[in-house]
Ligand binder design. Structure first.
Ligand SMILES: Cc1cc2nc3c(=O)[nH]c(=O)nc-3n(C[C@H](O)[C@H](O)[C@H](O)COP(=O)(O)OP(=O)(O)OC[C@H]3O[C@@H](n4cnc5c(N)ncnc54)[C@H](O)[C@@H]3O)c2cc1C
Length: 463
């Protein structure tokens, strides 16, 4: 059970007055773009009909990693990637950067299942690292380890017991008490935490822009500003954009939180908007004074999870931490901010939570604030598989805030499924998973508003 808000040790939120200078910050730019490799000018799908073996929809981690693995495995296949805006426009270029193990919503109950999930996700992080190294990509990342923080003694004890159990199963996580944690992160109000030393932080824009060069060199045709507006299924799938049409033997839905808009998974996945901020960059010495010396990032144990990580240039990116930091818009709307006032309230709430954890950050300037669209499922477990009467609609989605590793892993999984090799993935919890039902509008929006306001939690179904 996740606590709604505020464990016993958590600091109360302080009143916050944003300086006028901060009101002018670009309301929707993530710091991952700063210093990232240049992107070429967007090229839309030309008019007419284009034939392909596989058409990938979406230029985030899922789409780009699938195009990467497919083009490596099948160098002679014609692969087209269609992105609505520009690559990394979605969550992959707007996230908290934490490259984590595990699958959200899956509990570590039996040793075999737990080891399988750990092996798959840790292998996923290793694969990201080898892609970067093998292609000499200019990607800022680290594997300094991420912490899961506990805000009450009771949950710290449970986390301690769980960490010891995992350790006895050969998984190298480590419990640290509040004092030991102080040497890593300097957070106020946490009583313990679990370190996963193989996790880390990744700049998603760097990775996607780097991989773009690799897939294009392998012959993948990348088209931006080319939203797919209709999908017509068949032995050959037809994808319509405003300019042209792609006819492909198979398609990949790499659209995560945006997928319901394409007419798929509308009652299993919903787009949730999550707000984040980044502080001005500081030197490692300045962070050490604040208390952050040796960690890629952390998340807490609250239902409205707060999370933060330190970028290579020394900015702390931070998000979540309260109801106000998240939003669901009627009818699966994916564009945000809707209104500057609600967005401002969200950013303020995020900053208050950051100041409660790291009071010294109150004096820092905020350099960026932005919003990203997550694909959430009711049980928080994602799904990867193939569907359709012709078994040619491949999908991977619903990572529920845990997709930096998983959406990159998805490219390998979907390429194996396309090769008819299901065996390596069939026992993983995401394999062809039937995600829990979410009611349609208006019940969805009304239910979300009522539930979050009355309980302080997000709607969740424990499976
Ligand atoms: C604020 C925030 C913080 C997060 N923090 C973390 C974190 O710290 N760690 C973690 O593991 N995960 C985190 N996540 C989740 C993670 O970023 C996502 O799970 C992951 O990036 C999903 O990748 P994706 O490629 O499936 O989707 P996306 O990156 O969303 O890509 C989908 C792409 O599809 C495009 N598209 C949509 N519709 C169409 C269409 N009709 N035609 C063509 N293209 C279309 C979009 O423009 C977009 O570029 C966070 C997410 C957010 C929003």
């Amino acid at each position: 059970m996740y606590p709604a808000d505020g464990g016993a040790g958590l600091q109360p939120l302080v009143p916050l007055h944003l300086p006028d200078s901060e009101r002018d910050i670009d309301a929707n730019r993530a710091p991952w773009l700063d210093g990232a490799p240049e992107a070429p000018a967007p090229r839309s799908l030309p008019g007419g009909v284009h034939n392909a073996d596989v058409a990938v929809i979406g230029g985030g981690f899922t789409g780009v990693s699938t195009a990467y693995h497919l083009s490596k495995r099948f160098p002679d296949k014609r692969i087209v990637l269609l992105e609505a805006r520009t690559l990394a426009n979605g969550a992959s270029g707007r996230n908290g950067g934490m490259m984590l193990n595990w699958i959200n919503g899956v509990d570590s109950r039996d040793p075999e299942g737990t080891q399988r999930v750990y092996k798959a996700t840790c292998g996923g992080i290793d694969r990201i690292e080898s892609i970067i190294k093998n292609h000499s990509l200019n990607v800022r990342y680290n594997r300094q380890g991420c912490f899961e923080m506990c805000t009450t003694n009771e949950r710290a004890e449970a986390a301690h017991a769980r960490a010891e159990k995992l350790h006895s199963w050969g998984i190298p996580v480590k419990y640290l008490d509040g004092n030991a944690l102080k040497t890593h992160l300097g957070l106020t109000g946490v009583v313990g935490g679990v370190l996963d030393p193989s996790a880390g932080q990744l700049n998603g824009v760097d990775l996607i822009r780097g991989m773009r060069g690799v897939i294009e060199a392998a012959g993948v045709q990348v088209y931006e500003n080319s939203p797919v507006i209709a999908v017509k299924e068949g032995a050959t799938v037809e994808l319509q954009t405003r300019t042209g049409t792609v006819r492909a033997g198979a398609i990949v839905l790499g659209t995560n939180g945006y997928t319901p808009k394409l007419g798929y998974f509308g009652n299993q996945v919903f787009p949730l908007h999550s707000h984040m901020i980044a502080t001005e960059p500081l030197s490692p010495e300045a962070w050490a004074k604040i208390g952050w010396t040796n960690a890629a990032g952390f998340s807490d144990d609250l239902d409205r999870i707060a999370y933060g990580s330190l970028t290579a240039s020394g900015s702390l990116v931070f998000g979540g931490g309260s109801n106000a930091a998240y939003d669901y818009l009627y009818g699966n709307k994916t564009a945000y901010p809707g209104s500057p006032d609600t967005a401002m309230a969200a950013f303020k709430a995020v900053r208050q939570r950051l100041a409660a954890y790291l009071p010294d950050t109150m004096n820092l300037k905020i350099s960026h604030r932005w919003t990203g669209t997550l694909g959430i499922t009711m049980a928080r477990v994602c799904s990867m598989g193939v569907r359709g009467a012709n078994r040619n609609i491949y999908y991977a989605l619903g990572y529920s805030g845990h997709g930096v590793t998983l959406a990159n892993l998805a490219g390998k999984v979907l390429t194996d499924l396309y090769s008819d090799n299901h065996e390596p993935w069939a026992k993983l919890p995401f394999y062809q998973r039937n995600m829990a039902y979410i009611p349609p509008e208006p019940f969805r929006w009304v239910g979300y508003q009522l539930f979050t306001r009355l309980t302080g939690r997000s709607p969740r179904k424990v499976e």
